[in-house]
Each structure stands twice: as structure tokens, then as C-alpha cells.
Ligand binder design. Structure first.
Ligand code: ADP
Ligand code: MG
Length: 460
């Protein structure tokens, strides 16, 4: 350790100046998820030591941000040449050690346990970590889920874990995987998984039966509570209120919460501001739309499970054509296999097209934000990472604005979603970009031709 108080004092300004620049560079979202957790603990002799609350945050920062942090620090103070990130050990104050509990608590535990587990929904045995294929779009959500599943004690920094993303991209799969993992490795911890919808029905039933007290008791005796598709409680005020109380009670007792939704906490509609902001306090991880590589990987892994073989050409065709969500992709594969079993026919590209006729028609290739980014990068000869960066030079900012414009025009993503997909930018930045491109396209033929060409390529 190098932390003498004086050195820390003199380094503090430089450290916070560097953080400020990193915030502009990476954007608000990335900053709030990761970099804001850094606290300066040592400064001097060319070295900086900073701490973060959890091992997970440290690993993630080290893997994704360490180089940039170091450069930002040396830009402030050229003598700095190394950065050490430490994990602050957490003080567990709220939970008494197990052997302090009164002897009879076991009995109470068991009776609460059985009734509380009935509160939950069953877990799908296929939804495990082993069966989850990891790729760029779900890398963060997967790592976060695994870290929560493996944690020996609850980390304040990842509580709640909030997973969000579109339909059929693996949120429920990850939640079940966490539950399976904990049930297997820490059977004494009580895990309850249920949909927000089921939570609401239980709540309404308890109200009707005037049984609210035991409803509260049951939920609050859980160690890990997972509520899926929480967007469902939007607009349902009393359910929301009860959810919030349960949520707070569990967090206060240092119990783990895992929440999923189809959008980020700040985009949840019909949910009170204080609840939305509370949901975003822990670790927020998105599951993005799949890439071609991930879809192909998922198909291959399903075939391994089924111990089946399907021509490569057919797999590539499916991965290319069925892009909307993984559930549909699996459905298509199953249909092709079932068909071939039933009629004893070899699987070929031709009969695949025939079998999936209807599905393919309804699945007319939707354009993804990635397609757009890729084509824009190709056209203007810039790097994908430039599009997500905060760089403002014209040669980068203009293509970025064009990509945002095309995303608004050709996909169903909302303005905040578009902002997020370009390195965590604000929706006002997106609005500005769209207006700018529209105005410029009216003035210059070159740009309007470019836009038309890009659209043609993308819609092909
Ligand atoms: P969501 O809850 O996000 O709507 P699900 O978790 O129900 O989506 O996933 C839909 C289907 O796709 C499930 O059968 C799931 O196993 C599968 N799936 C999604 N992502 C993956 C993945 N990365 N690897 C393997 N299977 C996946
Ligand atoms: Mg789901």
C-alpha cells in the first residue's frame, strides 16, 4: 500500500479530473455502472490505487476499462505509470451469524420454506448456465448472473441485479440458471423465482382472503427473490406499492434480488420514479439483440444437446433468416427436425425453406442496429468503436449521426434505446442527430444519395 494521507490529498484532484474525462468519453451509463465505483485510496510514486465494492466490478473494469483509466491518469499526471484496483471488503453488519439464531428457528424455517417455495414458479431444467451460449450481446448479463449465482454473500454493488432486453433473448434463461446454481451449491438458501404477473395474482388473492400478513411474511423470508418481467406491474398501483415494500424489506435484510424487464429501469413506464430509480441502484445489465455468430452458436449447441446433425448450410440459413428472437430460432430448428423424423427425409436447404415457408414470410428479415452500424462503418471507413465513442471530430460524428438516423428510420428502437446503443448517449443527442441529418440531406445531394444507398443495401 502506498496511501499516505498527504499523497492521496494531492492526487485526489487529478484522480477526479481523470474520472470526469472518462465519464465524457464513455458516457453516463457506462460511467454509472462501473467507473463511479472507483474510490481513490493511494496515490504516489507513479502509482495509483483505487478501490471498488466488489470483485465483479473490479474484474469488469480491469477487463474493459483499465487501459483508458491509466491513460486518463497519465494525461493528468505524467508520472503515473500504474494502476491497482482493490476490492473493498464489505462489512456484514445486518445478518447475525448463523449460530446466533435461536435453536427452534429451524422448525420455523422449514414451514416457511415449503409455503414460500409454493409462491414461486417451477424452473425449466434446460435453462442452466451450461446450456447458455455466451456472445458479445449477452456477455455482460451472463457474467453478472454468474457472479450473483456464485457469490458467497450478497454484494451491495450487485443488488438488485437488473436484467433487461427484448423478448426471447435469454433473460428468463439466465434467471433460472442462477436459481439452479444456487439450489445445487447452496441448498440452504431459499430461492424463489416468479413472474411479476404471478406476484400480482398472489397479492390480489391475499387481499381477497384478508391474508396479507402471511403473504408479506412469506416473501420476506426468502434469501434470493427473482421477479421476471417486472414491466408488467406498470400502472398497477397497489401491486407496485407492495412490490416496492417487499423489495425494500429484502434489500434491507441484505437478501439478493434479481429483476428482469423488457426495458431499462429508467425506461419503465407507469412505474413510480422512486421505484424506477431504486431498481437501478445495483447492477444493471442488458441483453442485446443477437448477432449472426451468436445465433449460429445457439443452433449448434442445441444440436449437441439433441445429439442431432443438420447440414451446415441449413444452420447458416436459419441463423441468417430468423433474427427476431432465440425462441423463434429454436422453434424453427425443432420444426425442421420433427418434420424430417416424421417423414424420414434428409434435412436439406430446400425442404427447410418449404417447411418454414410461413415462418420465413412473417420473419422478413428485420434490420438490426448492428447491420446499420456495420454498413455505415464500411461506407465511411471508420471503426465500430468510433460509433460508440464520444469523439466529436466531424469524420466520426457525422457517420454516427447518420447511423442514428437510419436506426430511427429502419428499426423500432426508441430514442433512449438508440442512445444507449451508441455508447450510452442521451436521447436528446439522438434527436439532434436526426434533425441534423434531415437538414443536411435537404441541402446536399451527396448525403441524400448516400442515405438512399445505405437504405437500399440494408433493406436487401
Ligand atoms: P426472455 O426471457 O428474454 O424473453 P428466454 O430466456 O425465455 O427469453 O429465452 C427464449 C429461448 O431462447 C429459451 O428457450 C432459451 O433457452 C433460449 N435462449 C436465449 N438465449 C440463449 C442463449 N444465449 N443460449 C442458449 N439458449 C438461449
Ligand atoms: Mg422471459
Amino acid at each position: 500500500m502506498i496511501n499516505t494521507a498527504i499523497q492521496v490529498d494531492s492526487g485526489a484532484d487529478k484522480f477526479s479530473e481523470a474520472l470526469k474525462k472518462l465519464k465524457t468519453h464513455f458516457g453516463e451509463a457506462a460511467f454509472n455502472s462501473w467507473l463511479k465505483h472507483l474510490k481513490l485510496v493511494g496515490y504516489g510514486n507513479g502509482q495509483v490505487e483505487a478501490s471498488v465494492p466488489t470483485r465483479f466490478i473490479r474484474d469488469w473494469i480491469e477487463a474493459h476499462y483499465a487501459e483508458e483509466i491509466k491513460s486518463a491518469l497519465s494525461a493528468e499526471d505524467s508520472s503515473i505509470h500504474s494502476l491497482d484496483i482493490l476490492v473493498r471488503t464489505e462489512i456484514q453488519e445486518k445478518q447475525p451469524p448463523l449460530n446466533d439464531l435461536p435453536q427452534h428457528s429451524n422448525i420455523v424455517d422449514i414451514s416457511i420454506r415449503t409455503s414460500a417455495e409454493q409462491l414461486g414458479s417451477p424452473l425449466d431444467p434446460r435453462f442452466t448456465f451450461e446450456n447458455f451460449v455466451v456472445g458479445k450481446p449477452n456477455e455482460l448479463a451472463h457474467a453478472a448472473s454468474q457472479s450473483v449465482a456464485e457469490a458467497k454473500e450478497v454484494n451491495v454493488g450487485s443488488n438488485p441485479l437488473f436484467l433487461y432486453g427484448g423478448v426471447g433473448l435469454g433473460k428468463t434463461h439466465l434467471m433460472h440458471a442462477i436459481a439452479w446454481h444456487i439450489r445445487k451449491n447452496n441448498p440452504e438458501r431459499q430461492v424463489v423465482y416468479l413472474s411479476a404477473e404471478k406476484f400480482m395474482y398472489q397479492f390480489i388473492r391475499a387481499l381477497r382472503n384478508k391474508d396479507i400478513m402471511s403473504f408479506k411474511e412469506q416473501f420476506r423470508s426468502v434469501d434470493v427473490l427473482m421477479i421476471d418481467d417486472v414491466q408488467f406491474i406498470g400502472g398497477k398501483d397497489s401491486t407496485q406499492e407492495e412490490f416496492f415494500h417487499t423489495f425494500n424489506a429484502l434489500i434491507d435484510q441484505n437478501k439478493q434480488l434479481v429483476i428482469s424487464a423488457d426495458r431499462s429501469p429508467s425506461d419503465l413506464e407507469g412505474i413510480e420514479e422512486r421505484i424506477r430509480s431504486r431498481l437501478g441502484w445495483g447492477l444493471v445489465a442488458d441483453v442485446n439483440t443477437t448477432t449472426y455468430e451468436l445465433r449460429l452458436g445457439i443452433l449448434q449447441s442445441k444440436l449437441e444437446l439433441l445429439k442431432m446433425e443438420v447440414p451446415k448450410q441449413v444452420l447458416e440459413f436459419l441463423a441468417h433468416r430468423i433474427v427476431s428472437n432465440v425462441r423463434e430460432l429454436e422453434g424453427a430448428l425443432n420444426k425442421v427436425i420433427a418434420h424430417s423424423n416424421l417423414f424420414g427425409r434428409e434435412i436439406s436447404l430446400e425442404n427447410t425453406q418449404e417447411i418454414l415457408q410461413d415462418l420465413l414470410r412473417s420473419n422478413i428479415r428485420t434490420i438490426t442496429i448492428e447491420d446499420i452500424k456495420k454498413k455505415v462503418c464500411d461506407r465511411y471507413n471508420i471503426k465500430m468503436s468510433d460509433l460508440n465513442s464520444a469523439r466529436r471530430s466531424r469524420s466520426i460524428a457525422r457517420p454516427r449521426q447518420i447511423a442514428m438516423y437510419l436506426t430511427k428510420k429502419l428499426t423500432t428502437l426508441s430514442l433512449p434505446e438508440i442512445g444507449r446503443n451508441f455508447g450510452g448517449k442521451d436521447h436528446t443527442t439522438v434527436i439532434h442527430a436526426i434533425k441534423k441529418v434531415e437538414a443536411l440531406a435537404k441541402e446536399t445531394k451527396e448525403l441524400s444519395d448516400d442515405l438512399a444507398l445505405l437504405q437500399r443495401i440494408l433493406q436487401n
